[in-house]
Structure formats: structure tokens, C-alpha cells
Design a protein around this ligand. Structure first.
Ligand code: G3P
Ligand code: MG
Length: 249
């Protein structure tokens, strides 16, 4: 299934301007004119899907410990904004349900990256896909991605007609990429634009899918990747790229 991604996708919402993976970040991305955002999904201990990147709370909240050890009723008490700036005090950890409401309200497209805590790959994808299938209708403006192949297998099974993207680190590049593209019926490949080699980029391009690079906040780097054939960029700071890349309309 083909998908048309915008050239700039707000990474973790709009992570240079608002705390990552929060409702405030979604609104900031829309206010800045972005058409799509990328958001990470994890599960609380009691299987509530939330927006969260790390497996621990320290970096982006005022609490500490493993995300997977806390129920959502506890997680929602923590502050997920103060670490970023005093003006973001009282920003809460967002549930997936709250995120869907905000995305629909602001008419944003979304790449939900399934980011399971270790050992929870299948259940994280199942719970997220179950909720998304209930609330999200617009198949052209959603892309499910993951570094986890089991999570993408669940997505292929539960939401066969939704586009899927595989995230690829430069160090753990699979030998069987072509096979994965076929078996998971992928629509895009998401590569580490700062570390992937030119050979890796060429190999991915040869498979005929659109490539999106994370995380690119520098216009020179974006232009270099564009010249190699990368179409889209996950970006924390859209202002840094907007004037520097070749815009395709
Ligand atoms: O989904 C693209 C990118 O977000 C993957 O890396 O660590 O920022 O989730 P990370
Ligand atoms: Mg991500």
C-alpha cells in the first residue's frame, strides 16, 4: 500500500518547542503548521496505552522508576513538562485516547511508533491497535511503525489495510530486509539519518519504498540526505529545516 508522507514530520510531537509525546506537543506542532507528527506508544502496568519514549520515567517526568511498573492512575499524577521548562509545569503524561482526540481536533496525520518495553512487544501492539481501530478512520493519515518486528506482525494481522513502516538502526540492520518488506507488507522504511551508511540507504531505496530519516534537525544534513533520495524527515525543530530543504509540492 503506498503512502504519501509529508517532507517534515514533527518528532515526538514538536520536541524542540514543547515536551515530547504530550498533548501540548501535538498542539504546538499544529500551531507551527506541521501536517504530521510522530509519537511513541508504550503501555502502563495495567495496559493503558500512553505516549512515552523511554522505558524509565527519570528523563521526562518528575518521577523515577520503570514505566511498566506503574498503573496509569499513578502515571497520570506525574509532571511530564517541568523538565522541559517552567512554563510547561502541570503537563501530564498523555494517554493514547487523549492523543487521538487532540490529533483529530487539529486534523493532523500521525505516525504512531509502537515502542514496547522489553518483553511487551505483542501486547503493546495489540492494545494500541485495538484502541486505534475503534477511534481512527482516516487510513491515509496514519502510519504504524516500530523497530519491533513482532509488533509490526500484530499490526499486519489486526489492521491489515493500515500502512506500516519499519524503523531501522544503522547497527542492527537486518540481513533479510527485502523479505521483511514483503512479509510485513511495508509502506515505508524509517532510517537513522545520522548514522546509516550510504550503502544502507541505497539498499533500502532499491526496495522501492519511501524512506524517512530520523532525527534530522540540521538543514545541511537534510539536503545531503535528500540528494541521496530520502523523502521525509522526522524533525524536532521544523524551523531549522523548512528554509533549508528542497520543498516538493
Ligand atoms: O520513529 C522514528 C524515531 O522516532 C525513532 O527513534 O528513539 O526517537 O523513537 P526514537
Ligand atoms: Mg519515536
Amino acid at each position: 500500500m503506498s503512502i504519501k508522507l509529508p517532507q517534515i514530520i514533527g518528532h515526538r510531537g514538536c520536541a524542540a518547542y514543547a515536551p515530547e509525546n504530550t498533548i501540548t506537543g501535538i498542539h504546538t506542532a499544529a500551531d507551527m503548521g506541521l501536517e504530521w507528527v510522530e509519537l511513541d506508544i508504550k503501555l502502563s502496568k495495567d495496559q493503558v496505552p500512553i505516549l512515552f519514549h523511554d522505558s524509565t520515567l527519570e528523563r521526562t517526568t518528575d518521577a523515577s522508576g520503570n514505566v511498566a511498573d506503574f498503573n496509569y492512575s499513578e502515571l497520570r499524577n506525574y509532571d511530564a513538562g517541568l523538565w522541559f521548562g517552567e512554563s510547561f509545569f502541570d503537563t501530564r503524561i498523555a494517554s493514547l485516547e487523549q492523543a487521538i482526540d487532540a490529533l483529530i481536533e487539529r486534523e493532523l496525520g500521525v505516525n504512531f511508533e509502537i515502542k514496547p518495553c522489553e518483553g511487551r512487544e505483542v501486547e503493546t501492539a495489540e492494545v494500541a491497535l485495538d484502541m486505534l481501530s475503534q477511534y481512527w478512520d482516516d487510513h491515509k493519515r496514519i502510519l504504524i511503525s516500530s523497530f519491533s518486528i513482532p509488533a509490526l506482525e500484530v499490526a499486519a494481522d489486526m489492521a491489515q489495510d493500515w500502512p506500516r513502516g519499519l524503523c531501522l538502526g544503522s547497527e542492527d540492520w537486518p540481513d533479510n530486509l527485502e523479505e521483511l518488506v514483503k512479509s510485513l507488507e511495508l509502506s515505508s522504511l524509517h532510517i537513522d539519518g545520522n548514522h546509516c551508511t550510504q550503502e544502507q540507504i541505497e539498499a533500502a531505496l532499491n526496495l522501492g519504498l519511501p524512506l524517512a530519516a530520523f532525527t534530522i534537525n540540521d538543514a545541511d544534513k537534510a539536503r545531503q540526505l535528500q540528494s541521496l533520495g530520502i523523502r521525509s524527515f522526522f524533525c524536532d525543530d521544523p524551523d531549522a529545516l523548512e528554509d533549508g530543504i528542497f520543498m516538493v509540492h
